[in-house]
Design a protein. Structure first.
Length: 80
């Protein structure tokens, strides 16, 4: 059994924040020059995508959950 459900929205958010950290670390290390405002749009778009993917995932899981438990099956399972 899985310990938790897979969350693609959380995965996207984690990747975006990791990327933002890498961009700032590269700037701090002197590998490249990053403007101070460059990471803000990246984080905002990443959070928007993570939220949209999270809503989509939740709606898909709700639909699949409704299909699996039909009223006739629920009554048959209770009798066993």
């Amino acid at each position: 059994m899985l310990r938790h459900e897979f969350g693609p929205g959380r995965l996207v958010a984690g990747v975006v924040f990791t990327l933002a950290g890498v961009v700032y670390a590269g700037d701090a290390g002197g590998l490249w020059e990053t403007p101070w405002f460059a990471v803000i749009p990246m984080v905002v778009v990443g959070l928007f995508l993570a939220g949209a993917i999270g809503v989509l995932t939740r709606s898909i899981r709700r639909r699949r959950g409704r299909r699996r438990v039909a009223p006739t099956q629920a009554g048959a399972d209770a009798a066993v």
